[in-house]
Design a protein around this ligand. Structure first.
Ligand SMILES: [Zn+2]
Length: 65
């Protein structure tokens, strides 16, 4: 599992965590499909932005995730 720090668009200022299976995350990045996450604190669900997906992709590629 990859642990991500995420910020809900409806709850600005609240840093939360979620975890996604690494292989599933890579697959979603490769196909460009929406990555929907669930806030650990607020319970909202939302898709990650293109910018967030880009930084996750880069972190996976460089081994920092
Ligand atoms: Zn929220």
């Amino acid at each position: 599992m990859v642990a991500l720090v995420i910020r809900c668009p409806q709850c600005p200022g609240l840093d939360q965590g979620t975890s996604v299976p690494r292989e599933r995350l890579k697959e979603m990045l490769a196909t460009g499909e929406d990555i929907t996450v669930i806030g650990s604190k607020c319970g909202h669900t939302w898709p990650l932005s293109e910018q967030e997906k880009g930084s996750i992709h880069k972190a996976l590629a460089t081994g920092t995730l």
